[in-house]
Design a protein around this ligand. Sequence first.
Ligand SMILES: [Zn+2]
Length: 391
Amino acid sequence: MKHLVIVGDGMADYPVEEANGKTPLQAAEKPNMDEIARRGRMGMLRTLRPNLPRGSDVANLIILGYDPYSCYTGRGPLEAAARGVRVGDNEVVFRCNLITVEENRVVDYSGGHVTTSDAEVLISELNRRFVNIGRFYTGVSYRNIFVSKWGGGLRATPPHDIVGEEYGKHLLKPDNEESRLLNRMMVESIRILSENQVNIRRRKAGDRPANMAWIWGQGRMPSLEPFSLKHGLRGVVIAAVDLIKGIGKLAQMHVPEVPGATGYYDTSYENKAAYAVKALEEFDFVYLHVEAPDEAGHEGSFETKVKVIEEMDRRLLKKILDSVEENVSISILVDHPTPVSVRNHTLDPTPFTVMKPGLKGDGLPFDENSGLKGSLGLVDGMEIVKLIKSV
Ligand SMILES: [Zn+2]
């Protein structure tokens, strides 16, 4: 049996009063997702840990069976792995967001969703100015990488946690020589990036400037047991965001570049579906990650989240249901909720479904209530790959 696992990042939510108490999953027209759930068995998945960051990195490591207490070192190293960035043993890798600040406050953690081509220009300017402190690498849009021999032991803050707040209160801590050096670099980046032609043009066009380099999520490069050894399955990761691709590469899974996969609302669902179906011909386990629902949750837009789920259903799941062979199990998981009312990740368990030829389904549509009623009950994320193989 081969296995296709589809992860809707941040897709779970809370009931929204303005929508008659429905969640985006309950409000969305999603016949294909519901068909998979009706023919499958449902349950709830515990994907996070109270004393670890509530990030997609921890959640997706756990879902793929990797114990975060032994192999999670931060977000930066995972993204560096996706980009093939060379990192020395004594070096630390940070995620570097290009953010928007105005009047000393964080206005936008994504720098107005700066384009990757604009980010490249800004990143090379930072490399010119801060060559003695570290190296910057371009990633996707506002998600970039910074490598340095300093900063491993410092406390850093994810910028999406401090939107609206004074950035000065959330710089690297505790106060010591390393944090002073790196904080000075971040603060100086504001003047440098604000004067860059890219941001002058963005302002003129009415776009938010990407005018501060904000570093966080740092750690040393982790080592993961190969996925094939851990689960006895040859695995593939189909994803747009470096975080998930990096986990795949560190787990020695196959990670193809999917044209048009952006990690945002304009992603090519069609190409992602086609690559997943193709990969099932050669591999045993395909992990297909969709980032867009999480972006809608962070944006706090119920309408956008419903629209994203409906597009995912029409343009990705339908294509998969129409073209996947009989001997393939299809599972739909959610790595964590990103409720539109919270605009951030929460620790709540998430609904999941496993559909398999010959398996008697629970007959429930795919949403949070069905997950609670599902015959598989509450399952810990570390057990889900085993359960998909054995159920
Ligand atoms: Zn996520």
